[in-house]
Design a protein around this ligand. Sequence first.
Ligand SMILES: [Zn+2]
Length: 280
Amino acid sequence: MKETNLKMQTHAKNWIIEIIDYDESMGDGIEKEKEFNDGKDITNYITRLEYKRNQRRLQALKMRGQTFRTINNNPSSNHFVGNHRATTSQNITKFIIRARANTQMTGEIKDKREDEPKNPCKLCGYQNESLMHILNGCQSRKHKYTERHNLIEGILVEEIRKAQQQNKPIIFRNSTIRVNGEKLDGEESRLKPDIWYIKDNKLFIIEITIPYGQYTEDNQNTLEIRTEEKKAKYNNLVIRCQEKWAIETHLITIVASSLGVLTKESIQNVHLLTGYKGRR
Ligand SMILES: [Zn+2]
C-alpha cells in the first residue's frame, strides 16, 4: 500500500471502517463507511479502489488514455491479454497493447518529439500521420480497410451459419433486399446491407462498421456515434420492409473499433446472432 493516498481511520470495533479515498488527481475524496469481515476483505477492497483510480488516471491522459475510455468495463475486448487460451498471435497482442496506449512510432508521435511537423503519412502525404489516420483515415489504405471489414463480415457469416441447426437460411452479403423475388421501391431499395437473411419469418439486417474508437472534444464516444449513424441510415429501410412484406425486421449493428473494442450492444448482438453463451 505504499504510494497511496488512501487514508483509513479505524473508528470502531467490528471492522467498521471509514474510508477516505483521497485521490488528488480527481479532486475531492470520496468518504464512506464500510463493514468488513476480515483483513483479506479490506485488502481486496483497497486493491479494487487502486485499480479504479489507476484506470481513471490512465483514461484522463489526452494522448495515451483515449482508447482506454472506450474499453471501460468491457473485458471481452481484452480477453486476449494474459489469456493462455486465446488464439491471438503474440505480435497482434503486442501491437494492440502499444496501439491502445498510442505508443506506436507514428508520424504524429515523431512530430511531438521534434519541434516542427515533418513526418507526414508516407502513403498519401497527409500532414498528421496519427494512429487514427493509419488505421482508419488514409485514402491510400482504403482497400485495406475494406478487406478488414470483409474479413470480419466473413467470420460473422460463418458463425451465423454454424448457429443454424435447421431451416438454414440463405445469407446474402452486400446486396439489396428482395423477398419472394420482389424488390422495394424508392430510395431504400438501393441500400445494400452488409448481411441480410430471413429466418423463421423474420428479416435480419446486419451492418458492420470498424471505426477508430476514441472520445471527441465534446466527450462523445465515436463507437456510439457510429452506431447511431448506422441506425439512422437504415431506419427507413426497416420500416419499408415491415410495411411491404409485413415481416418482423431487425436491424443489428456490429461496431468494433479498429483496435478490437466491441461496444456492449455489439457483443450482445453477436451473442444473439451466433447463439454464443459464455466464453469458449
Ligand atoms: Zn495516409
